[in-house]
Ligand binder design. Sequence first.
Ligand code: PMP
Length: 327
Amino acid sequence: MQLRQGFDGTVGNTPLIRLEGLSAETGCEILGKAEFLNPGGSVKDRAALWMVREHERTGALAPGGTVVEGTAGNTGIGLVHVCNARGYRCIIYMPDNQSREKVALLETLGAEVRQVPVVPYKDPMNYQKQAGRFAESLPGAVWANQFDNTANRRAHEEGTGPEIWAQTDGRLDAFVAATGTGGTLAGVSRYLKAQRPDIRTVLADPMGSALYAWVKTGEATMSKGPSITEGIGNSRVTENLAGTPLDDAVQVGDQDMVDMVYRQMHEDGWFFGSSTGINLCAAVQVAKQLGPGHTIVTILCDGGGRYQSRLFNPEFLAEKGLKIPRD
Ligand code: PMP
């Protein structure tokens, strides 16, 4: 029998998919790691599982305990699945500008969601800082702390990276991904560079983030935003991202991202979220830089169902000055 062992055993080991339209257009192999097929529906299931296991290993999290996190959504969704599978309570702080699908899903799954006003990271009322303070005040609670807890990065150094290496037989030229916490990009890049230092690692950034400038100049200076993307871009370099071996960064605007996700839907049958749109645009940019005959791997972070009220809502797009491409 070929079985996966329960919830934990179903996280990771996702397929690596050849994106046919983009590969044909660029003459490169554009490959996407299908993280939307994780049981909680996104790349963040990996980080959620690794962080919970780490808190269990240190003894901070024990039966009857609570996991608290500040998250734009997908980490919370992963965490509440993992908590349900283990009997923990799950409390999520999130900025109040996130898609309502993600909030509703978190609540359906049994998380206690606390939506708080959007304020910069340096403000003590920032959602991440509120989560940290609340966890400290509650006996038996831990703060998952996805931004600076490097168990997040390890999920990708021990899982996603080795899987990509095995699935391509080590024959890839570049890895490109957008980052929120940095866990995915940093973990995969560290692993791949340790196998073959000539694999090009590239950060993809939406507008309204400081990471493109950080890679290009060493200074984390914000670019002009905002962006309608969710879960990616950052104003600071997290513990997970710090020290990542990166060769380059590319910037992708929202209209290109919108064009990409609609094109993937109409031409190739996919239904992807906004960060995947950024990743695919960035993969095409890298393919054009390298020229035909190269293999570029990126991440298919989550599905479009989480963004129906925004990215797939013509009125919302019109309000933001974004156009749906004609088919
Ligand atoms: N895409 C989506 C949809 C996400 O929710 C996240 C996580 N915030 C990312 C990409 C980025 O992943 P990471 O946190 O590992 O950088």
